[in-house]
Every structure is written in C-alpha cells, then in structure tokens.
Design a protein. Structure first.
Length: 318
C-alpha cells in the first residue's frame, strides 16, 4: 500500500452515515470526507467540504474517488451501478441490492470498470468475529448442529423508511439480513433445502418475524428479528456436539460477551467495544490497492440476497 488519500463522498446522510461512518472516515488517515449529497441538509453540521443537494452532482464530481451509499434499500443497486459507470469505488450500506439479478449486474460492472464494491456488513471486520472463527476452527464445542440468531431493535424505530414497503422497509431487510448473513457465513454459503417463515404485519411491513432453515448436512438454523420491545437484543447461540457458544451483540459495536458452555466448563469473556466501521474502511482500501479479500465478497452478497428473496416469498402472515 502507499499513502494515497482518497476523497470519499456520501450519498445520503442518515443516522449510520452521520453517527458511525463519518467519525470512522475522519479517523481514517487514508480518507478525506470531501463531499456530502443530501436532499435534507439540516443535520449536516461542522462540515467544511462540498455540499450537494442532489445526488447526480456528486457522481459527476471528478474529485470523488469513493462513494458511500446511505440511501433507502430500493435505491442501492441503481446508485451502485451509477457510481461504477462514473468510475468510482463504492461502499454501500446493506443490503447491496434487493434482487439477485441486480447483484449480477453490479458484479459485471465492477469487473468491466475495475472499480471495487463493498457491501457494508461491518460486523464481518470486528475482533469478535475473529474470536468466534477461532473457537469454531478449534472445535471447542464440537460440530455445530444448530444455529439460533436474532436481532431485535427498539419498537420506536419502526417508522420512516423502515415502515415504507416501496423503499425496502420491514424487519427482514433492515435487521434480519444480519443473522441471515451470519448463517450464510457459518454454513459456507450452503443452500438450505427447506425454509419456513412467519411474520406479523405492522404499518404495512413485516414488523417482526421468525424463520427456520434446514440444510442437507442435517444442520438446522433459525433467525428472528423485528421491532417489538423497548429493549434492543442481539443474540446468537451455536449448539454443538460438545457444548454451546452464546454471543451477545455480535452485530453491534458496543461491548458484548461470549459464553462457552461445555460439560466440564462454563467460561465467559467480555468483548470490548470497537469501531467496525474504521476496520471496514481499512479493509476496503486494501481491497482497492492490492485486491485483498473482503470479509463480504460480492459472490457471497449474491448468495445472501438470493436467500433473502426466497425467505421473503415464503412468509406466512400471522
């Protein structure tokens, strides 16, 4: 790697862009927050860079090297392709797209232009994922036969674009994609033989849901997500032939914990709070400069989005 500093521009300026990605960019020595494009600029404070009130102006700016897309879900794929056409690298908030065919188009455009694309599943770059991988490699709990993973956010957050089906709202695409992506990671991208999903409709979208996936390897996986409580819970449990791994806040940057329960031991370790967004940015710069592997390659994004489509069309409403 060299010491090149890349200009990054934000398309959209929602909560994650404002509160997590912007501080990470400012802490990254290889990036300069050059521009922000937002149709609503009242939340943009203490920024001396270029401000655009429309997205196309940012895409047309030759000074922008990397674009961070922080727009509603249904706009992601189109703007990723527009960025690639302008020869700009792209980091896109999850989900990268909402249809498998859109990911195919993105992969082809990336190969054609040579510009890199990253789907922003920041948890893949966290220390806690490395700890989990080490435990699995060492088979501390034997062979994993069941995965249970959930992501429940605050009930008050079911509003705005999250409650707008035309913008890709609903708990599956906003929250469920995290446990689904983890299940994909843990199963090596294996395609489940069977899926079952139940959901409750609230404000026109799936307000909360639960699902099960059955694999040919006799592994069972379950996920749940939604906006139900005044308390946020992010929990994952891996049940193996020799014990159980329980993880709190695997998908979150706050302090968490891992509990390892076996026949002879019950051990718990705290997980430090960390900034996965900065680690995500460092990984992307390495990908641009050396073609190093990403924690979420586009081929895996395609598999996950294909599975998400399958789950979406399998919902039984309660």
């Amino acid at each position: 790697m060299d010491d090149t500093v890349y200009n990054i521009g934000f398309l959209g300026y929602g909560g994650v862009a404002r509160n997590q990605m912007r501080p990470a960019v400012q802490a990254c020595k290889r990036l300069n927050l050059y521009a922000i494009a937002s149709t609503s600029q009242q939340n943009i404070e203490d920024f001396s860079g270029v401000l655009y009130q429309d997205y196309q102006s940012l895409l047309d700016d030759p000074q922008v090297d990397i674009v961070y897309i922080a727009l509603p879900n249904t706009l992601h794929a189109g703007y990723v392709l527009a960025c690639l056409q302008k020869r700009k690298h792209v980091i896109c908030e999850k989900p990268l797209a909402m249809r498998e065919s859109e990911v195919d188009a993105i992969i082809q455009a990336s190969l054609k232009t040579g510009c890199k694309v990253m789907e922003g599943f920041m948890y893949r770059y966290m220390d806690r994922m490395q700890i989990l991988q080490k435990l699995l490699d060492e088979k501390v709990v034997g062979e994993v036969s069941q995965i249970q993973s959930s992501f429940f956010s605050l009930r008050e957050r079911l509003k705005g674009i999250r409650a707008n089906p035309s913008l890709g709202g609903g708990s599956l695409w906003d929250l469920g994609c995290y446990p689904i992506s983890l299940i994909s990671f843990l199963t090596g991208g294996e395609n489940p033989l069977t899926v079952q999903v139940m959901a409750k409709r609230e404000q026109g979208v799936d307000g909360y849901m639960a699902g099960q996936l059955g694999y040919g390897s006799a592994l069972l996986a379950s996920f749940s997500c939604g906006w139900i409580s005044e308390v946020r819970t992010i929990e994952t449990r891996l049940i193996g032939t020799k014990g159980v791994i329980e993880i709190q806040r695997l998908f979150n940057w706050e302090q968490g914990s891992i509990r390892i329960l076996t026949k002879d031991d019950d051990k718990q370790m705290l997980l430090d709070a960390e900034d996965p967004f900065l680690k995500e940015l460092d990984a992307f710069i390495g990908h641009i400069e050396t073609n190093s592997a990403l924690g979420m390659p586009l081929e895996e994004s395609k598999r996950i989005i294909s599975l998400m489509q399958r789950l979406e069309t399998s919902i039984t409403w309660i």
